[in-house]
Design a protein around this ligand. Structure first.
Ligand code: ZN
Ligand code: ZN
Length: 297
């Protein structure tokens, strides 16, 4: 009885408490002049907390079973993070921003840099979400992009280890669309760092296999309950809930979806995805070539 009560209370408080904890730890990292260290401590705390909660109060017991994708999940996480960060530092996004910022020192100088940071971060998350929404929606609706995004959707269980399972081209596409809006407007690096940190925290929370309850929170934020629908094989449920952090643009464009029944346990995609990491990296390209050959015939 007691453990049921603890689990019931935890199911309501876990999501808001863990997100707030991560924000507070990252904030102290900023104050101490070490935002990246603060972020990493927060991220590790979140991962460990969710890891234990997944064992203690799983949403789906079936998703605790090994799917033999742990290595591939971690390899995709590292390559997509590595490639995106490399390009952000050495060219790519920063290259674009350098061209823009050579015209003026603050992008087009439209960003209100003197406003309180919290307002700037809320603005940053809201505007970037517009790019993230359309990158994600196009990845579902435009077949060549779907081939890359399908790597993420090919998992048959949701848990924290597949949070970062993205083909690196898929990651790159969504980061460029999300962040370039802010760079063009001249948002400071601090806002972009906060956006990246919040996206990482909320992303891990959305994939966790923990029993959680949300109420109104799912109207505002992307939660596990919404994202479980997004991983459904049934496209009436799966082609919904595209936002990454806040659900604003799903409400605006009519793709917000939630119903008072359990989302499906049997998740995945119609296509068959090879089991190994290297084959998964190549898979989207093969599909495109095959499709082109078919067209040529
Ligand atoms: Zn998706
Ligand atoms: Zn997902």
């Amino acid at each position: 009885m007691e453990s049921i009560d603890i689990k019931h209370t935890l199911s309501w408080v876990a999501w808001p408490f863990l997100l707030c904890l991560c924000v507070v730890i990252t904030h102290f990292g900023f104050v101490a002049g070490h935002p990246i260290i603060g972020f990493n401590i927060a991220y590790l705390t979140l991962a460990l907390s969710l890891f234990f909660l997944e064992k203690y109060m799983p949403h789906e017991k079936k998703w605790l079973e090994n799917d033999h994708q742990t290595f591939a999940n971690i390899a995709h996480t590292l390559t997509s993070k590595g490639v995106v960060q490399g390009l952000m530092i050495f060219g790519g996004v920063v290259g674009v921003s350098a061209i823009i910022t050579s015209m003026t020192s603050d992008g087009f100088g439209l960003w209100p840099r003197d406003w309180p940071l919290i307002i700037q971060v809320i603005m940053g998350v809201t505007l970037a979400e517009f790019g993230l929404y359309w990158a994600h929606r196009l990845s579902h609706e435009y077949y060549p992009l779907w081939r890359f995004h399908a790597v993420h959707h090919s998992v048959t269980r949701l848990w924290i280890i597949n949070t970062g399972r993205f083909h690196f081209i898929d990651s790159l596409f969504s980061i460029v669309l999300g962040v370039s809006i802010l760079l063009i407007l001249g948002a400071p690096m601090e806002v972009i760092t906060w956006l990246s940190a919040l996206t990482a925290f909320i992303g891990m929370l959305t994939h966790c296999n923990v029993t959680m309850r949300f109420g109104w929170i799912s109207y505002v934020f992307n939660t596990p309950e919404l994202h479980r629908w997004h991983h459904s094989r049934d496209l009436r449920e799966g082609n919904k809930n595209y936002c990454e952090n806040i659900m604003l643009w799903d409400h605006v464009f009519g793709t917000w979806f939630n119903e008072k029944r359990r989302p499906p346990v049997d998740i995945g995609i119609a296509e068959s995805m090879p089991p190994t990491f290297i084959a998964q990296l190549a898979w989207p390209f093969k599909g495109l070539i095959r499709k082109r050959k078919k067209k040529a015939l």
